[in-house]
Design a protein around this ligand. Structure first.
Ligand code: NAD
Length: 435
């Protein structure tokens, strides 16, 4: 099939590359000229394991092309996939300005009938709204059919998740259009659920808000475990063995972040408010998450007192491992809290430092290695659970520090590794400290 994808971010690019990999002819359009120039040369603008390899392979096979021209990019499209950003707006709801512009771009340059698929995460009713924008502007005699096809990939494993998705959701009021989009995905052999447009839109928000709530739930259990002297990892294991609960998303930590959970929970809450249902549980999910992002600083103050003039090493900046994405990363909050207290923070991240510099700026310092960050530190925070930190030589790391104190926001270490350190004060989340 001939497919055009609008937006070459984490979702658009991963989708475009995977659709080319399964044999379709894909053109990706983006308004960012630098991104497109790099992509044409096979350089990915984002860090995503396995992406660049498939990118160059499919450009070489002439199944994948990139352009900034909507006219050029839409010329042959049977299916147009919109994957532009829907960030959080000022009122907490989704900012639809990029998707509105994408619709105007399509209407202006489309010269034949096509199926328009909205893959971006959009509040219930947005497909109808975008259809209206399109139909008001499309050239005479040109018709489009709308399909809602929300995306569930996780950053850091986007290629794997796209190729081996748990399910594909296709929502449409046009049986024929839904069938065609289903056929597009057929080579992936992933179960497909066909629904109405509104149900498809809702499935995405209901899923993300549920996962965010599961995280806030286990974080509250972790806080309670600390208070009563239980071990949250054993508790989570015991809970997860129950098939009704499941093991996933029961890792306590310092709160969820990233480009999706924070904004999607807030957008669903806004939808609930608009429609007059009192979804108070979501308010608590948000409050717990914000509280959790303060946890390491709170623990450090409890142990060290005033942090003014103290040096803290921060390991990890990205919102999760295997990504360079800094959107809503807990590290941002922690960096600001510490800098406001006059703490000297030196941070290290294997991949995200350049992006972090743009977001956090020079209120903290940046190191080129974990050992450099730890040099002379009064304490060390583990903020992102990169493998590099899990596998690090802890004894060597502690030797660099002024005081061998670790506040681990991601429970990276088992008891054996901790026992191998001669001097260590270790404060995990939801379990007894090791001193
Ligand atoms: P992103 O910000 O990384 O990328 C969006 C891209 O769209 C940018 O490159 C931008 O230049 C481009 N763009 C904007 N307007 C355009 C236009 N008119 N024409 C062509 N290109 C245009 O966004 P993302 O993280 O890939 O997310 C995209 C959507 O998918 C969002 O709605 C998001 O909520 C959803 N989503 C994201 C993830 C994720 O893990 N990032 C997962 C599932 C769903």
């Amino acid at each position: 099939m001939k497919i055009t994808v609008l937006g070459t971010g984490y979702v658009g690019l991963s989708t475009g590359v995977c659709l080319a990999e399964i044999g379709h002819h894909v053109v990706c359009i983006d308004i960012d000229q630098r991104k497109i120039k790099n992509l044409q040369e096979g350089i990915s603008p984002i860090y995503e394991p396995g992406l660049e390899e498939l990118l160059t392979k499919n450009i070489g096979a002439e199944r994948l092309d990139f352009t900034t021209s909507h006219l050029e990019g839409l010329k042959a499209a049977e299916i147009i996939i919109i994957a532009v950003g829907t960030p959080q707006g000022d009122d907490g709801g989704a900012d639809l300005s990029y998707i509105e512009q994408a619709a105007r771009d399509i209407a202006e340059h489309l010269n034949h009938n096509a199926i328009v698929v909205i893959k971006s995460t959009v509040p219930v009713g947005t497909n109808d709204y975008i259809k209206k924008i399109l139909e008001e502007r499309l050239k005479k005699d040109i018709t489009i059919k709308m399909v809602s096809n929300p995306e569930f990939l996780r950053q850091g494993s986007a290629m794997h998740d796209t190729i081996h998705a748990d399910r594909i959701i296709i929502g449409s009021d046009h049986e024929e259009a839904a069938k065609k989009v289903g056929e597009m995905y057929l080579p992936l052999h992933v179960p497909i659920l066909f629904t109405t447009i509104r149900s498809a839109e809702m499935i995405k928000y209901a899923s993300n808000a549920f996962l965010a709530t599961k995280i806030s739930y286990i974080n509250e259990i972790a806080n309670l475990c600390e208070a009563v002297g239980a071990d949250v990892q054993d508790v989570a294991k015991g809970m997860g063995k129950d098939k009704r609960i499941g093991e996933a998303f029961l890792n306590p930590g310092i709160g969820y972040g990233g480009s999706c959970f924070p904004k999607d929970v807030k957008a669903l809450l806004k939808t609930a408010n608009i429609y007059g249902t009192n979804f108070s549980m979501l308010k608590e999910t948000i409050i717990i998450n914000e509280k959790q992002q303060h946890l390491l600083v709170k623990k450090a103050i409890n142990r060290l007192g005033d942090l003014k003039g103290k040096k803290i090493a921060m390991l990890g900046l990205s919102f999760k491992p295997e990504t360079d994405d800094m959107r809503e990363a807990p590290s941002i909050k922690i960096a600001h809290l510490l800098s406001q207290m006059g703490t000297d923070v030196v941070a290290y991240d294997p991949i995200a430092t350049n992006n972090a510099k743009k977001v956090i700026g020079n209120i903290i310092r940046y190191a080129n290695s974990a050992f450099e960050a730890a040099d002379g530190a009064d304490a060390l925070f583990i903020v992102t659970e990169w493998d590099e930190f899990k596998q690090i030589d802890l004894t060597r790391l502690l030797q660099k520090m002024k005081e061998p104190i670790i506040f681990d926001g991601r429970n990276c270490y088992g008891i054996e590794k901790l026992k191998s350190c001669e001097t260590l004060e270790y404060y995990p989340i939801g379990k007894p400290a090791v001193i």
